[in-house]
Design a protein around this ligand. Structure first.
Ligand code: NMX
Ligand code: MLT
Length: 437
């Protein structure tokens, strides 16, 4: 397998780079931690490392050093398509180099050879009560596959830690290959009352998803490729990526780690915000019987804030400008659905809500994140069931999360175990710091 050989080539160089950094400069300070940070969700404490993506507060995400427009321009695309092969993005995240068309197609081919999902997995999902949210179904479906983990099996047999990354890479390729079928199984059973067709070997990863959910149009294929790419990674500190990293640091395999990550993604302050954002837009349409005036929308936004609720899709833990993933999806909408009612409303919200949040003066980032628009595009193509949107986010997130786990094992990253203090200890530290010498 070429991607495995290529990864194996990179490992010794990276191990040496990290070993030298830690040996020669291990005691150099990276950051200082204040009491407000300890009590404030560890915001902005620099204590994680990943080379796969980086989020600059004012610029947004770069994947392996490339901005979104650069990634979209440089990655190989299916014939006649505007948006790239998901396989090429996976190669970029894992290997750190722009793939050739052959490299991207090799990943796509690997996925085709691994995309069978045993029948019992859909059985487990379908037997859950009808009112189960799709995320627990997704999380359970992933866990149901854990018995196939090559990492867990090799570990039981006794494996040298230098080899950990090899079965982790196998698990990453296996799960990324199968995850779209699990999602399609949920979608078709829950909302359409039928079964998803098997993947079509002639289609690429994104197009196959469109085929399995039952929207086999060129535009939805394009959106699927773009959507998975944009949601793939957002450095290491976000709840889903961090959860996966933490769980995997106990040498839990990718199935355990990613399932846990999805339970974090299901929170309304994280990935569930895409569902909540669409719900908020629908509430606006219902209240005003269509797209409201600017003044009406302003009033609605204030009502939300005054009720003590957040405006979903706005604000961010790191970003301080409009999320470039939002801007990319906005461009997609301008090209393919400029007259769509919800799309027009999302544009109006972008015009109104940042000003309202600034006037309220609480949110550090009044600008939209990816969740403010992603559901609008799904709705346009017929995925109108909002509670499914976080599963779509999850499919994308697996690409980055699993690439990070493979690297964490290749670099021998240890069990993650930060230290905690009591409030009394913090009070004592505070008093000592403020007392005159
Ligand atoms: N609407 C109303 N209030 C907000 C918003 C918002 N969109 N964003 C932040 N605030 C409030 C926040 O609740 C906090 O209030 P309080 O002091 O009363 O606790 C205050 O502003 C300061 O929060 P920040 O430091 O700006 O934000 P923080 O880093 O704590 O949280 C989010 C970041 C993303 C959780 C927050 O902006 C939010 O709740 N946004 C809405 C939900 C959302 O869109 N989440 C998706 C994020 C992206 N993703 O996919 O994960
Ligand atoms: C993400 O994509 O994970 C979100 O934007 C949240 C984050 O980065 O904290």
């Amino acid at each position: 397998m070429k991607i495995k050989d290529k990864f194996a080539e990179k490992v010794p160089e990276w191990r040496e780079r990290v070993r030298k950094l830690v040996k020669d400069y291990g005691d150099v300070k990276v950051d200082e931690v204040t009491i407000s940070q300890v009590y404030g969700g560890m915001r902005n404490i620099k204590s994680l490392v990943t080379d796969i993506s980086y989020v600059d507060p004012n610029e947004g995400i770069r994947f392996r050093g490339y901005t979104i427009p650069e990634v979209l321009e440089k990655l190989p695309k299916p014939p006649g398509a505007k948006y790239p092969y998901v396989g090429g993005l996976y190669y970029l995240l894992l290997i750190g180099e722009i793939p050739t068309e052959e490299d991207a197609l090799e990943v796509e081919q690997e996925w085709k050879e691994r995309n069978d999902v045993p029948e019992y997995v859909c059985g487990v999902i379908n037997r859950m009560p009808d009112d189960t949210h799709p995320i627990p179904q997704f999380s359970q479906g992933i866990l149901a596959l854990q018995r196939n983990s090559k990492f867990a099996k090799r570990y039981q047999e006794g494996m040298n830690r230098d080899e950990y990354w090899e079965p982790m890479l196998e698990d990453s390729l296996d799960l990324t290959a199968k995850v779209t079928s699990i999602a399609a199984c949920i979608y078709r059973h829950k909302y359409k009352g039928d079964e998803a067709p098997p993947p079509d070997p002639n289609l690429d990863y994104g197009a196959n998803f469109a085929h399995m959910v039952g929207i086999p149009t060129k535009e939805y294929e394009e959106l699927s490729r773009l959507y998975f790419l944009l949601h793939s990674d957002h450095e290491s500190g976000n709840v889903s990526a961090h959860t996966a990293h933490l769980v995997a640091s106990a040498l839990s395999d990718i199935y355990f780690s990613f399932s846990a990550a999805m339970n974090g993604l299901a929170g309304p302050l994280h990935g569930l915000a895409n569902q909540e954002s669409l719900r908020w837009l629908m509430d606006v349409l219902e209240k005003f019987n269509g797209v409201p005036s600017k003044e009406e929308l302003e009033g609605f936004a204030w009502d939300t804030l005054n009720s003590g609720l957040v405006i979903p899709g706005y604000g961010h833990g790191v970003l301080r400008k409009t999320d470039p993933r939002f801007s990319t999806l906005l461009e997609f909408g301008k090209q393919y659905m400029p007259d769509d009612k919800l799309f027009k409303l999302a544009n109006l919200v972008y015009d109104v809500v940042p000003q309202v949040l600034m006037e309220q003066g609480k949110a550090k980032d009044p600008w939209p994140n990816v969740d403010a628009i992603s559901g609008v595009l799904q709705y346009h193509y017929g995925v109108k069931e909002f509670d499914f949107y976080t599963v779509l986010f999850g499919i994308g997130r697996l690409l980055g999360v699993s690439a990070n786990i493979v690297w964490a094992r290749a670099l021998g990253q240890p069990l993650e175990r930060p230290k905690s203090l009591t409030t009394q200890m913090l009070e004592e530290i505070a008093i000592q710091a403020k007392e005159p010498a």
